[in-house]
Design a protein around this ligand. Structure first.
Ligand code: SAH
Length: 209
C-alpha cells in the first residue's frame, strides 16, 4: 500500500467518511505537491502541516469531513474561502462543476495556482482578497466552504448561497465549532457539528454591509 492509499484507508474510510466521488478525489490528488518543501515525506500523516506565513494545510481527515458535509453533486458550483495550499480546492474541483477560490495572501494564492494549473485542473478560478465579502456582487453558489474561522458567520457568504445550497464553516474564537448552514425556501438553518481548531479568518477591515 502506498502512503496515500494508507491515508485513505485509515484516516478517511476508517473514520466513517465514504462516498465514491470523495474517495476517488482523495486518490487522484497528490497531497505531497501541496505541502511546504521540507514536509513532503510527511504529506500523508494524520496532521495539519505548516505552509509558511503562519498558515497550515488542513489535516486530511478535516478535508474529508468538511467535503463530505458539503454533500457535493457533479454539477455544483462551489465557493471556497481560504485557498491556502490549494489541496482542498483540488479535492473539490474533482467532485464539482466549478470552484471559485479566494485567498487573502497573494503569495499563497500564486503558489496554489501554479500547482493546480500544472495538474491540469481547469475548472478553478482564483481571486486574491477578503473572502468574507464573497465573490463578485451577483455571484451565487450551490456550496460554500470556509477553511479559516470567523467570529460569526459572514452574512455576505449566506447571501451568495443558492436556495438548496449548503455552507460548511468553522466559527468561533477560542471555542470553535464546525457549522453546516443550509438555505431553503423557508429560510436559513444552522447546525452545529464537532469542535475544531482553525486559524482565524482575517478581517481586511472592509465592511460587507
Ligand atoms: N484549505 C486550506 C486551508 C488553509 S488555512 C488548506 O488545506 O491548505 C486558511 C487560509 O485562509 C490561509 O491560507 C489564510 O491565508 C486564508 N485566509 C485567512 N483569512 C482570509 C480571508 N479573509 N479571505 C480569504 N482567505 C483568508
Amino acid at each position: 500500500m502506498t502512503p496515500q492509499e494508507r491515508m485513505i484507508e485509515e484516516q478517511i474510510k476508517g473514520r466513517g467518511i465514504n462516498g465514491s466521488g470523495l474517495l476517488n478525489a482523495f486518490s487522484q490528488v497528490p497531497r505531497q505537491l501541496f505541502v511546504a518543501d521540507g514536509y513532503r515525506s510527511r504529506a500523508y500523516e494524520d496532521a495539519a502541516l505548516p505552509l509558511g506565513y503562519d498558515q497550515t494545510i488542513s489535516q486530511p481527515y478535516m478535508v474529508g469531513l468538511m467535503t463530505s458535509l458539503l454533500n457535493l453533486r457533479e454539477d455544483d458550483d462551489v465557493l471556497e474561502v481560504g485557498t491556502g495550499s490549494g489541496y482542498q480546492t483540488a479535492i473539490i474541483s474533482r467532485m464539482a462543476r466549478s470552484v471559485c477560490t479566494i485567498e487573502i495572501n497573494a503569495q499563497l494564492s500564486d503558489r496554489a495556482q501554479v500547482i493546480l494549473r500544472s495538474l491540469g485542473y481547469d475548472n478553478i478560478q482564483f481571486e486574491v482578497g477578503d473572502g468574507r465579502l464573497g465573490w463578485s456582487a451577483t455571484a451565487s453558489f450551490d456550496a460554500v466552504i470556509v477553511t479559516a474561522a470567523p467570529e460569526t458567520i459572514p452574512p455576505q457568504l449566506v447571501k451568495q448561497l443558492r436556495s438548496g445550497g449548503r455552507m460548511v464553516i468553522p466559527v468561533g474564537v477560542y471555542d470553535q465549532y464546525l457549522y453546516v448552514v443550509q438555505k431553503t425556501e423557508d429560510g436559513v438553518k444552522r447546525d452545529q457539528q464537532t469542535a475544531v481548531r482553525f486559524v482565524p479568518l482575517l478581517d481586511s477591515g472592509c465592511s460587507s454591509k
